[in-house]
Structures are given as C-alpha cells and as structure tokens.
Design a protein around this ligand. Structure first.
Ligand code: URA
Length: 209
C-alpha cells in the first residue's frame, strides 16, 4: 500500500497559503512553487543511502559520508510539473530530468501519452514524479505507467495539493508508489478542480488562461 506523507512543516504550509491566494501573480507563484518543491525535496530524499569515503580536511584525514547507491531522476508531468523541477534540482543538481506529456482523449477521457523522454539508465535510478496537483489521479497513474513500462522500479510521487479521489486512484493502481503532499484538500468539483485548491496550476505558473 502506498505511504502518504503529509508535509506540514510551517514553511511549506505558509508558502502554500500564498500559492493558493488568487491575488498571487505568476512571478511570485513560480518562485513559491520552486521554494515549496525544494522544501518537499528535502523530505523526499530523506532515505537516500549514504556511504563513507575518506577525505582530507585542512586539518586531518577523516571519513565522511556521501550519497551512494542509485542516482535520482526527476520526472515532471507536462506542463505544470515543470514548475517543481528547479527547486528539487537545486538540492540534487546531479539528478537527470525526464519528461512525460499527456493529453486527455476527448472520447474516452483517458490520458494519452504524446511525449516522453527519460535518462538512458532508467533501471538504475530512483524517480521522483512531480505535478503540483493530484486531482483525479489519471495523469499521475498514466505517467507512472509509462515510467514502469520503460523499466523504472523505484518511483515516488510528489504533489503540492492532492484530493482523496486522486490519492485513492494512485494507491489502487500503483500501491508501490509513495505519495508526498503538502495538503490533502476536501474534494474535486464538477469541473475537475480541487476544492479549495489553487486553480489551474499550469495557467498560474505561466500566466495563461
Ligand atoms: N489541475 C489543476 O491545475 N488544478 C486543479 O484544481 C486540478 C487539476
């Protein structure tokens, strides 16, 4: 069963309130999403394996820890997921970035992949799939499907705002994927928006309508 990790660090909650506010413009919105993503990235990478290496300080030879084991991959779901990449990359600059683009088939209403590109060594990486909103869960499930089909075995999902419907869908389809969120909101409305939510994350990031 997926683990759902709620990140209620005061800084994350404070910045999320500013992100939700409809009076926050695109420039601040982008900056805040980046900052919250970085803070969430700190927690998401908490279980990275460490190994001891020998180094020399200006004073003495010593053993000290560095991150070992599998390398990281960050996968934004286009387009809004892009807003979360830079914050995590600042923490883990060696991570590679894959991309998944999905559109909704107008007849089946199911997400269809129109673009994907991943690092070559996909089996050897731990992946962090990012999307600010976990609404129906359709896109997240489809993006994780694509990654798994290409060989990924270790995947975490990171969303700023989720709702119970989306969490249930990811848990049902991908019980091995842990979900990290800054908020679990009340519900989805009839237009597919999370309530209270923050509106359309892509439009607010990029100033479109
Ligand atoms: N996608 C968004 O950008 N906002 C929502 O509320 C739901 C899905």
């Amino acid at each position: 069963m997926s683990k759902v990790v709620m990140m209620n660090h005061p800084l994350i909650q404070h910045k999320l309130t500013l992100i939700r506010d409809k009076n926050t413009g695109s420039k601040d919105f982008r900056q805040l999403v980046k900052e919250v993503s970085m803070l969430m990235g700190y927690e998401v990478t908490r279980d990275l394996a460490l190994e001891e290496v020998e180094i020399e300080t200006p004073v003495v030879k010593t053993k000290s820890k560095v991150i070992s084991g599998k390398k990281l991959g960050i996968v934004p779901i286009l387009r809004a997921g892009l807003g979360m990449v830079d914050g995590i990359l600042e923490l883990v600059p060696a991570a590679k970035v894959g991309h998944v683009g999905l559109y909704r088939d107008p007849e089946t209403l199911k997400p269809v992949e129109y673009y994907s590109k991943f690092p070559a060594d996909i089996e050897e990486r731990d992946f962090i799939v990012v999307d600010p909103m976990l609404a129906t869960g359709g896109s997240a499930v489809a993006a994780i499907d694509v990654l798994k089909k290409k060989g990924a075995t270790s995947i975490k999902l990171v969303n700023l705002v989720a709702c119970p419907e989306g969490i249930e869908e990811v848990e049902r389809c991908h019980p091995d994927v842990d979900i990290y969120v800054a908020s679990i909101d009340e519900k989805l409305n009839d237009h597919g928006y999370i309530v209270p939510g923050l509106g359309d994350a892509g439009d607010r990031l990029y100033g479109t309508k």
